[in-house]
Design a protein around this ligand. Structure first.
Ligand SMILES: [Mg+2]
Length: 449
């Protein structure tokens, strides 16, 4: 162990050790702590000077990367949730300018009123990630360490594939994922798979199921018939022939069908050992979720659109679903999602994690997953995007290696951007250009009187 004052000081301390006893070790520990501070940075004097964006497209979704610059030689990377507008982050710039980014929780509490469910939370969460990246760089530690340390060194990932109406093709695609090393799979299992087959769905005359897309499940009037349920069960049976019965296989995107159809379909799928039934109805309906969960002996899951820990706790306390599924870029960022995991663990509920962005927010999820005991598995939507891993440098490649991501050990999130690779996939001109037009955005922000 080196000290910044060199060998002479060590010898002096060593010779003094016998006389000073425990005091010697205390001194060495202090030296070690000081040595780990980034010497480009004096954390107490660190201040935020700018917030800039670069918007990546087709990753496979649109992903606004953000960079928070400081008055010292370090910056923080973050990411607004997939499919959300960069404006959600930019509108917060005037609220964070001049703040010390190491005060992550203080800044989060200042800006969290500007987040909302689903994509509305993208700005708050993207900034929170970048603050952790900065704090880690300032003090020379990886983010997971600041959360209390690791429960695991590698993070299990799950992946789905592009959909096919032919269950054999779908089965082959999922088998290919398994052959890549994925140890947890997911498939879309929607009523669209039934095509126009007669007698599989009842619905208001003159409507098509697509019209249900903007109407919540309970209000569409779409219900599955026995024949429809049998067809969907046959579909899963065929997929199971390809991937086997043992690998966890989750199912999502059922379509907007009523609660009783969800229950009857769930019962029809029980013997295929599905890992979870995802978002069968909207997350807001705790009682209806509980009705489905109590009736069906397959784990149920929701959560990718929920902002902040409160509603996760509500669902867990009521045992309305079996597993919760925050997306860290919506749920409130790294610390809030860590709190969500810890809170729902007290009710015996595990935490899977939704994710569909670039490697920047992937690493935010990886640090949180490493430090949260009841973590189950992390989604990845970019397995078929060949350049996805090229966007960053500084970590093990391939990022997902046989279905697992190694937790980075470098300070902060542990990645730097590969500027050339990012520039090849920009949605619009501009790569982290200055944003002075957002310096003075103002309102009376107090949420109480
Ligand atoms: Mg989903």
């Amino acid at each position: 162990m080196k000290t910044h004052t060199g060998i002479g000081r060590r010898r002096f301390l060593g010779s003094a050790a016998a006389a000073l006893g425990a005091g010697f070790w205390a001194d060495r520990t202090l030296d070690a702590a000081v040595q780990n501070v980034n010497r480009n940075s004096h954390p107490s004097d660190l201040r935020i000077t700018d917030l800039r964006v670069a918007v990546v497209k087709d990753a496979p979704f649109t992903c606004p990367l953000i960079r928070i610059d400081t008055n010292q030689d370090i910056y923080g990377l973050g990411e607004v949730r997939d499919g959300a507008s960069k404006t959600y982050a930019l509108i917060l710039k005037s609220r964070i300018l001049g703040e010390n980014p190491c005060n992550v929780d203080k800044i989060f509490r200042k800006i969290k009123q500007f987040g909302g469910d689903a994509r509305q939370a993208g700005g708050v969460c993207g900034i929170e990630m970048a603050l952790w990246d900065l704090a880690g760089k300032a003090y020379g530690v990886p983010v997971y360490q600041m959360l209390g340390g690791k429960f695991r060194d590698k993070i299990r990932c799950y992946a789905d594939t592009t959909e096919s109406n032919d269950p054999k093709i779908y089965g082959q695609r999922l088998k290919a994922r398994k052959d890549q090393g994925f140890t947890w799979l997911k498939m879309d299992l929607g009523i669209d798979l039934l095509g126009d087959e007669e007698g599989t769905l009842t619905h208001p005359l003159g409507t098509k199921y697509r019209q249900g897309d903007t109407v919540q499940h309970m209000f569409t009037g779409f219900e599955l018939t026995e024949k429809g349920i049998a067809r969907m069960a046959e579909f899963v049976a065929t997929v199971r022939e390809y991937v086997g019965m043992e690998v966890p296989l989750s199912a999502d995107h059922f379509g907007h069908i009523g609660v009783n159809s969800c229950i009857r379909l769930g019962k029809g799928l029980e013997k295929y050992n599905l890992a979870w039934l995802e978002d069968m109805i909207p997350w807001q309906y705790t009682d209806l979720w509980k009705k489905i969960t109590d009736a069906v002996d397959i784990p149920t899951l929701t959560g990718e659109d929920i902002y902040l820990k409160d509603h996760f706790i509500e669902l867990a306390r009521n045992h309305a679903v079996d597993i919760l599924h925050p997306d860290l870029a919506t749920s409130g960022g790294i610390l809030e999602t860590h709190k969500i995991g810890d809170s729902i663990q007290e009710f015996g509920v595990p935490m899977a994690m939704h994710f569909a962005g670039t490697p920047v927010s992937c690493m935010a999820s990886v640090h949180c997953a490493a430090a949260t005991e009841n973590f189950l598995v992390l989604e990845n939507h970019s397995v078929d995007v060949p350049w996805w891993g090229d966007l960053v440098e500084g970590i093990e490649k391939p990022i997902i290696n046989h279905g697992f991501i190694t937790v980075p050990e470098k300070p902060g999130l542990g990645v730097t951007l590969n500027d050339d690779a990012v520039k090849q996939h920009l949605l619009e001109p501009g790569y982290f250009e200055p944003t002075p037009e957002w310096n003075h955005e103002h309102s009376h922000d107090r949420t109480w009187s």
